[in-house]
Design a protein. Structure first.
Length: 372
């Protein structure tokens, strides 16, 4: 009888991503009790140290699923109302009357209309998707900058609105999740990092997942190479970086095994209730930072191929590092993939990222991992 996982196909698919130009990547794919783990390439292009499947990695906005789960827990406890205006909990923080129109749910689903603070904190990078007008200098300028989250929030809430509260499509914005972490602090009496650690990370039994305590990553990890669309050539390592620029909205460090365990526990109703999980999977159209419109729920979004089952999860990128974790709706099949190069595409004269062999190779790996 044919097994659900095909290790040879997965081995070939992950190697193809490396051959297409990815310095290193590693992954875990599960189908019930069957587990495949694979790695290809190097963790350091100078020493040629290989990547391994147990490496810790910056997982970027996958952190948002953890934050959303924490908010849903507080809603279940009656301390937060998802449809309550944020001004009731954080009066005056969102100016101009918008705080009375923007609900907690709108923040979690990116439908608040609040702008991304990012281009104001990193001025030489400006705003997505105006990539042709950007430059990578801000990355080096802010490698060790300790950002004040209150200042980042102010940048976002005082910037021109990108939509009306509750309007769709929404616009993906880290400002939303920095406000949610402030909300968690208000309702729990502790830091968002501490609450999420105790009530989400530890509840899921994750052993290698944590918020950073400094610019370095504890434990075995890869270098993380940023190309910024060919403007950094050769790509530069940004694995040492102060992550206060995103805080608890995108700063988690984890492993592919821990990510799979977290999403397995989440879909099993062990992190939030089944009713909360259904709310997390209720989607609306949201425009990504790259200008693409897709479905987004409450800290989760779906992936599906035509005629195939739906998977739920989240992806994330930071400087030099990317990750994607997805689980089938029935909770049985899942994958987590981590890569150590970001923004590998060159830009054309209009500033549009051009196709790269890595794109199709990664898509092929995702298809084999999810559908066989």
């Amino acid at each position: 009888m044919r097994k659900s996982l095909d290790p040879a196909a997965l081995d070939a698919a992950i190697e193809n991503v490396h051959r297409a130009g990815m310095p290193g990547l590693f992954a875990e794919v599960r189908d019930g009790d069957q587990v495949w783990r694979g790695a290809a390439g190097v963790a350091d292009v100078t020493t040629r140290r290989p990547v391994t499947t147990a490496m810790r990695h910056r997982v970027g906005s996958i952190t948002k699923t953890f934050t959303a789960a924490a908010v849903l827990q507080q809603a279940e406890a009656g301390r937060i109302g998802l449809d309550t205006p944020i001004a009731r909990y954080l009066p005056g923080l969102v100016p101009g009357g918008r705080g009375d129109a923007i609900t907690v749910r709108m923040l979690v689903s990116h439908t608040s209309g609040l702008a991304e603070y990012f281009p104001y904190a990193y001025p030489s990078l400006k705003a997505f998707p105006a990539l042709a007008d950007t430059g990578p200098q801000s990355l080096d300028d802010h490698r060790f900058t300790r950002f004040d989250p209150a200042e980042l929030i102010e940048m976002g809430v005082t910037a021109p609105a990108v939509g009306t509260p509750g309007g769709t499509p929404g616009v993906y914005s880290n400002t939303n999740y920095l406000l949610l972490t402030r909300l968690l602090e208000q309702t729990t009496g502790t830091t968002a990092e501490r609450y999420i650690t105790r009530n989400v990370i530890e509840r899921a039994g994750l052993r290698d997942t944590a918020f950073p305590t400094g610019p370095e990553i504890d434990g075995p990890h890869s270098e993380m190479y940023e190309a910024w669309f060919g403007m950094i050539d050769p790509p530069r390592d940004y694995s040492v970086y102060d992550m206060s620029w995103v805080g608890p909205s995108a700063s988690l460090i984890s492993t592919v095994t821990d990510l799979n365990l977290f999403f397995r526990k989440l879909l099993a109703g062990e992190i939030v209730s089944r009713s909360s999980l259904e709310q997390m999977r209720h989607t609306v159209p949201v425009v990504s930072q790259e200008g693409k419109t897709g479905d987004y729920g409450l800290g989760l979004y779906p992936m599906r191929e035509p005629g195939q089952d739906t998977f739920w999860g989240h992806g994330g990128t930071v400087w030099g590092a990317g990750a994607l974790a997805m689980i089938r709706a029935d909770g049985r099949r899942q994958m987590a993939v981590a890569v150590n190069l970001q923004r590998w595409n060159d830009l054309d004269a209009s500033g549009t990222p051009q196709p790269h062999p890595i794109d199709e190779a990664l898509a092929a790996l995702h298809r084999v991992a999810m559908y066989g």
